[in-house]
Design a protein around this ligand. Structure first.
Ligand code: PGA
Length: 266
């Protein structure tokens, strides 16, 4: 049984005060609300995992406000070197010290707005997996609208995955890597992939993992879907065989809608 992951990618939203308020309200829901309590039990039983990815400067506020381990913290990006003359960057040891358990690598905004290449993203992935901090990567892949319309979705996914994981071993892929499939045309647009399209792409990703790393790794690999996920569509997406969770942008900024999405995972 793969633990389902519900992860909120806050992007450049929520400073320290808003982060404190969010975490306190979410923890209140987990401890006081009947559905929240059921979610807390599912978290304790490792059936689901709830993650938030605040901006770097809000990470300490999230860590200081949470009272237990129910809520995991992710960073939205990382540099592959542990330290050095890299103005504006943050390293894995720094994220570990701040209290992160996960890091998002290769989000489509990093790829397409900030020009991060497959080569750079491989370095980030390898550095994360090799670092003694044991922060786990949530590695994003996904096609542009023009790729989908040209029938090239699988080709794009294959090239992004091949560039990222060609030097990994099966135990690392099975135990440590989370892949997020996020079609770029569905991010922040209100256009969600249909359940069937999301499942088809995630099935393809798992098959790629099987062909390269074998059955144990491909069975253990967690694959998330992201792109305009909302409380209204999360249950259908989560019920797909090869989808093990969600990476949520806009709908993760409001505690009520994030909690509703968590509720559809239990
Ligand atoms: P969205 O963003 O849910 O706002 O579409 C998803 C993401 O970018 O991870």
């Amino acid at each position: 049984m793969r633990t389902k992951m519900i992860a909120g990618n806050w992007k450049m939203h929520n400073g320290q005060k808003a982060t404190e308020a969010f975490v306190a309200k979410l923890e209140e829901w987990l401890s006081d609300d009947p559905t929240g309590k059921a979610a807390a039990e599912a978290i304790a039983a490792e059936k689901i995992e709830v993650v938030i990815a605040p901006p770097f400067t809000s990470i300490p506020a999230a860590v200081a406000t949470r009272t237990g381990e129910s809520l995991r913290i992710a960073a939205q990006n990382v540099h592959h070197e542990p330290k050095g003359a890299f103005t504006g960057e943050v390293s894995l040891p720094m994220l570990a010290e701040a209290g992160c358990q996960y890091v998002i690598i290769g989000h489509s905004e990093r790829r397409h707005v900030f020009g991060e290449s497959n080569e750079l993203l491989e370095k980030k992935l390898l550095a994360t997996l090799e670092d003694e901090s044991k922060i786990l990567p949530i590695f994003c892949v996904g096609e542009l609208l023009e790729d989908r319309e040209a029938g090239n979705t699988e080709q794009v996914l294959k090239s992004q995955l091949d560039a990222a994981w060609s030097s990994l071993t099966s135990d690392v892929v099975g135990d440590m890597v989370v892949i997020a499939y996020e079609p770029v045309w569905a991010i922040g647009t209100g256009k969600t992939a249909s359940d069937a399209d999301a499942e088809k792409a995630c099935d393809y990703i798992r098959t790629q993992a099987f062909e390269r790393f074998g059955i144990a790794a491909s069975d253990a690999l967690r694959i998330l879907y992201g792109g305009s996920v909302k409380p209204e569509n999360s249950k259908g997406i989560l019920s797909q065989k090869n989808i093990d969770g969600l990476l949520i942008g806009g709908a993760s900024l409001d505690v009520d809608s994030f909690a509703k999405i968590i509720a559809t995972a239990i």
